[in-house]
Design a binder for this molecule. Structure first.
Ligand code: IPE
Ligand code: IPE
Ligand code: MG
Length: 247
C-alpha cells in the first residue's frame, strides 16, 4: 500500500514523537564503531522526516539527545553533536523544497555554543515554511522541561510586571503555557524503536494520553514502511481519554 493510503484516513496523527533508539546495537551487530550507527541513524532520520512530510503529518518530534546522554564517552557525544550541526547546515535545500520548519525543545543554555548557533539559524531560516514542523529534542529531558517551566512560572507569579503578562494561574493549562513549545499539540503517537519499553524521560508532561508503539527494528533499519505500519496501528486504537465511548 502506498504511503498516501494513510493520508486519506482522517485519523492520521497530527503529532508523532519518535524515540530513535538502537544505533549502537546496529553498529555492534556489524562489528563497527557506535559512531557508524549514529551516522546511519541520521540517514534514517532524513528518510522518516520526508515520509512524515509526504504523509501530511503536522508535527514530528525527534528525540536526538537526552539530558542523560552526556554520560556517554566524550568521543560519542562529540560525534553526535557534529552530526546534528552538519545536518542543520547541509539540509537547508531539503527543508526549503519540502517546506519543513525546524523547531527546538530542550535545555538550549546547556548546548555547546556552535550547536546552539546553528539551531538558532535553522529556526530563523525555516520559520516561515508552512509544512511539517520537525521538533529537535536535543539536550532534552521531560523532567528538565518541567523544571525549567516551573522556574519561569514561579518568576511570573511573583513578579508578573517583569514579563508584562498577568500572573499565571496554577492550572494545567497555565503550567502548559510555560513548556518549551506551548503552541504545539500533545503527541498523539509516540514510537520507540529497538524494542525497549520505557520513556527514557521523553515528553513526560505532553505524553499523558499519547498512544505508544514499540518497534523491535533498530532505528538505522527503519523505513517509510515502518512508519506507515505504526500509523495504521495507531488508527486502530480507541482513544478514550478517561471517558467512555458509547456503543
Ligand atoms: C540512540 O541509539 C541514539 C541516542 C541515544 C543518541 P543508542 O546509541 O542509544 O543505541 P543503543 O541503544 O546503544 O543500541
Ligand atoms: C533515549 O535512548 C534517548 C534518545 C533516543 C535520544 P537511550 O538509549 O539514551 O535510553 P536508555 O538509556 O536505553 O533508557
Ligand atoms: Mg539506546
Amino acid at each position: 500500500m502506498p504511503l498516501q493510503s494513510a493520508i486519506d484516513n482522517p485519523g492520521i496523527p497530527a503529532h508523532i514523537g519518535i524515540i530513535m533508539d538502537g544505533n549502537g546495537r546496529w553498529a555492534r551487530k556489524r562489528n563497527q564503531n557506535r559512531t557508524q550507527g549514529h551516522l546511519e541513524g541520521l540517514k534514517t532520520a532524513k528518510r522518516i522526516v520526508k515520509a512524515a512530510s509526504d504523509m501530511g503529518i503536522a508535527y514530528l518530534t525527534l528525540y536526538v539527545f537526552s539530558t542523560e546522554n552526556w554520560k556517554r564517552a566524550a568521543e560519542e557525544v562529540g560525534f553526535i553533536m557534529g552530526l546534528v550541526k552538519r545536518y542543520l547546515i547541509e539540509e537547508m535545500d531539503f527543508y526549503r523544497q519540502n517546506g519543513i520548519r525546524i523547531r527546538y525543545t530542550g535545555d538550549f543554555a546547556g548546548l555547546p555554543e556552535d550547536i546552539g548557533g546553528e539551531i538558532q539559524k535553522a529556526l530563523e531560516n525555516t520559520k516561515a515554511f508552512p509544512g511539517l514542523q520537525v521538533i529537535l529534542a536535543l539536550n532534552y529531558g521531560g523532567r528538565d522541561e518541567i523544571r525549567r517551566a516551573v522556574g519561569r512560572f514561579i518568576q511570573d507569579r511573583r513578579e508578573p510586571e517583569l514579563s508584562g503578562a498577568e500572573a499565571p494561574a496554577i492550572t494545567e493549562g497555565g503550567i502548559s503555557q510555560y513548556l518549551d513549545n506551548p503552541d504545539i499539540p500533545d503527541p498523539d503517537l509516540i514510537i520507540r524503536t529497538a524494542g525497549e519499553f520505557r520513556t527514557s524521560n521523553f515528553l513526560l508532561w505532553e505524553a499523558a494520553y499519547s498512544e505508544y508503539y514499540i518497534s523491535d527494528i533498530l532505528w538505522p533499519d527503519w523505513t517509510e514502511e515502518d512508519l506507515r505500519l505504526a500509523v495504521l496501528d495507531f488508527q486502530k486504537r480507541e482513544r478514550r481519554f478517561g471517558g467512555i465511548i458509547k456503543p
